[in-house]
Design a protein around this ligand. Structure first.
Ligand code: HQG
Length: 184
């Protein structure tokens, strides 16, 4: 990996922390829609040891592997496109899902998921992927991946709502166990 990519990854992790979970760590305020002021973010990151300027921030927003962050139209504000644990209103449009979506997890959670379905846990939504490859990557973060197939079309017909984040992660409030196929 090039030096640039390593720096960009470090910055991405730091931004995930402050824009999704703990803005107070650097004394940053997010508005109710999760937006931070760009100049304030740059200043407060730099003060707290994460060197950052407008060029580097642009680079991270543009080249981030999952497009985790997005600017507003005039680039005065920035937010995480999904993955928050703090409560923010992203105002995502409800979107009709594909017939099947996928969730990557690990074996130790399977008993619980079979009993109570997929829950948001510490985040604002359950995260689902449009293909098994992506779900496999998500599951691999925690160990040997187990891929669950979610009958999202049936859920939608039964009244469950789905949202598509700006970076193409499917989000929903919960997935009851009866909509999950445990053999993939
Ligand atoms: C599991 C990454 C027990 C769930 C990825 C998961 C994703 C349960 C863990 C995004 C459960 C929660 C989110 C239940 C769910 N009992 N365990 N009832 N229901 N679980 O990190 O989906 O790189 O909050 O299977 O790409 O792993 O951060 O969710 O293993 O999009 O941008 O509880 O994070 O994106 O873990 O990952 P997480 P996730 P970023």
């Amino acid at each position: 990996k090039t030096m640039n990519e390593n720096i960009a990854k470090t910055v991405s992790k730091f931004l995930s922390l402050v824009l999704r979970h703990s803005p107070e760590k650097i004394g940053l305020k997010l508005d109710e829609n999760g937006w931070a002021d760009v100049d304030e973010l740059i200043l407060k990151c730099s003060k707290k040891g994460q060197k950052l300027d407008a060029v580097l921030l642009d680079y991270v927003v543009e080249n981030n592997d999952k497009k985790r962050f997005a600017y507003n139209e005039d680039k005065t504000k920035i937010r995480a496109s999904q993955g928050h644990s703090i409560s923010v209103e992203l105002n995502l449009a409800e979107t009709e899902p594909l017939e099947y979506l996928y969730h990557g997890t690990v074996g130790k959670f399977m008993d619980n998921i079979q009993k109570e379905g997929l829950k948001k846990m510490s985040r604002q939504h359950v995260h689902l992927s449009k293909d098994k490859e992506t779900a496999t990557k998500v599951g691999s973060r925690r160990g040997v991946p187990q891929i669950l197939t979610v009958r999202s079309g049936a859920m939608h017909r039964d009244g469950f709502k789905f949202y598509l984040s700006e970076n193409n992660v499917w989000l929903t409030d919960e997935v009851p166990a009866k909509y999950i196929e445990f053999k993939s």
